[in-house]
Design a protein around this ligand. Structure first.
Ligand code: ZN
Length: 434
């Protein structure tokens, strides 16, 4: 396969920034080069040095734009593309009125395949190269999701949802069906191309204890797989969960009792955790996934991102869109809203932290930092080209921007898919092909 040399301004994080002036937390090359071969980054650094080892590589010049690792979205729902922007009072009303009826349609393979095509188009349009999605309860939805990921060569994580109560008949499996179909999805898709299958009980409310036992069995049989579910999003949800699982100390304990609390476990929301729950999450190394646009849209609450990460027992944190509860596919927009939530809590979230979270931070949350979320040599060639002057309003503001800090903050505050000039997946420019 031919080599490609990509030129532009490179920004890649090495670890979580501790402060706005923590320049040791990232690598920035004003005139940088990435040498790509066979879907991998084989050299990365100052352009002059990379060019010296590039031989007869084709060259693509993205100057003056910024090149970052591909953005990562750690929680969203692939069957909710036609649920986004539905007018509901709160989580449970939104689920029952809009979401559950819509997800019923994914029993049809053709519908699932069509929405999967749109789903990946939106990922690419928004610069997201890896996402972690819930499919619907139907195996056909997971088949469509992974088939399309394979076609596009993307590193994607997803799972067939397991749910056997408190939803319409068309959305229910049984403990045995959930187990068998999840095993079938793992056998057919896990490790195929860049696909990762996640064990996916929707949340405690929609699974009986019998189904949770089957989920526990899957987690024991496949200890390397991700597990994804929802936790502590809304007060009515928390109350209902404690009625359904009276023997559990609290909501987190429901999952802990079934062995679902571990380093590969991704818990959507975690807004209202008690100190005990945060300790339990921290001790297990489980990940709290912050979904700001969804939390604001559904009025669920303000996620204590800063206080969870600086406590004595810090909680690992991911960030995500949570489409269709979330209102944008853009990780830039997502961090714009995350910033505002911290403002309301009297906290500051600096732009370096935000861009860390969208890239390396989320890769670390997924235990995949050796492959994605970075521009280091040896990793997957998934990256995004961002233009901070993409719209007239952004271009006007860029006239007075003097620092990388301000440029990143402008991208986060005014940016969306229009700021994404190109999205590379395994070294191939994908946005141009849409
Ligand atoms: Zn969700």
């Amino acid at each position: 396969m031919t080599k490609t040399l990509i030129r532009g301004r490179l920004l890649s994080f090495l670890r979580r920034p501790e402060a706005i002036d923590d320049t040791a937390s990232y690598r920035y090359e004003e005139d940088g080069g990435l040498l790509v071969e066979n879907g991998r980054i084989v050299a990365s650094g100052a352009y002059a040095g990379v060019r010296d080892v590039a031989g007869d590589a084709d060259e693509i010049d993205h100057r003056p734009h910024l090149i970052l690792p591909g953005l990562i979205d750690t929680h969203l729902h692939f069957p909710q593309m036609q649920v986004i922007g539905s007018y509901a009072a709160n989580l449970l009303e939104w689920l029952n009125t809009y979401t559950f009826p819509e997800e019923c349609r994914f029993v049809e393979s053709e519908h699932a395949a069509r929405i999967a095509r749109h789903f990946y188009d939106e990922m690419i349009r928004h610069g997201t190269t890896t996402a972690v999605a819930y499919c619907s309860v139907h195996k056909a939805s997971a088949d469509a999701y992974f088939a399309e990921a394979l076609k596009r060569g993307m590193r994607m994580i997803g799972g067939k949802v397991m749910m056997d109560r408190n939803a319409p008949q068309g959305l229910l499996d049984t403990p045995e069906m959930g187990y068998d179909e999840t095993r079938a999805v793992i056998a057919e898709w896990h490790g195929k191309g860049r696909n990762h299958v996640a064990i996916t009980p929707r949340f405690a409310i929609t699974s009986t204890p019998a189904q949770m036992e089957m989920t526990a069995a899957l987690a024991r049989e496949f200890p390397d797989l991700h597990i994804q579910t929802h936790l502590s999003e809304n007060h009515d949800e928390i109350r209902f969960t404690s009625e359904l699982y009276p023997e559990a100390i609290d909501y987190t304990d429901v999952y802990a009792k079934y062995g679902l609390l571990g380093r590969k476990s991704l818990f959507g929301h975690c807004i209202h955790l008690s100190e005990r729950e945060a300790d339990a999450m921290s001790e297990a190394g489980a990940v709290a996934v912050h979904c700001p646009t969804s939390n604001l849209f559904l009025g669920s609450g303000l996620f204590p991102l800063k206080s969870l990460s600086r406590r004595e027992k810090p909680v690992r944190i991911g960030v995500a869109t949570d489409v269709g509860g979330g209102t944008s596919y853009s990780m830039l927009k997502t961090m714009d809203e995350a910033y505002k939530i911290q403002q309301l809590l009297g906290e500051r979230l600096n732009p370096f932290e935000s861009f860390y979270h969208m890239t390396l931070g989320n890769a670390e949350a997924l235990s995949l930092a050796d492959r994605i979320g970075t521009l280091e040599a040896g990793t997957d060639a998934d990256f995004v080209v961002l233009d901070a002057a993409a719209t007239p309003a952004m271009a006007l503001k860029m006239e007075v921007v003097r620092s990388l800090t301000d440029e990143l903050f402008l991208l986060q505050t005014l940016g969306d898919d229009r700021a994404v000039r190109e999205t590379y997946v395994a070294g191939r420019p994908m946005k141009a092909m849409l």
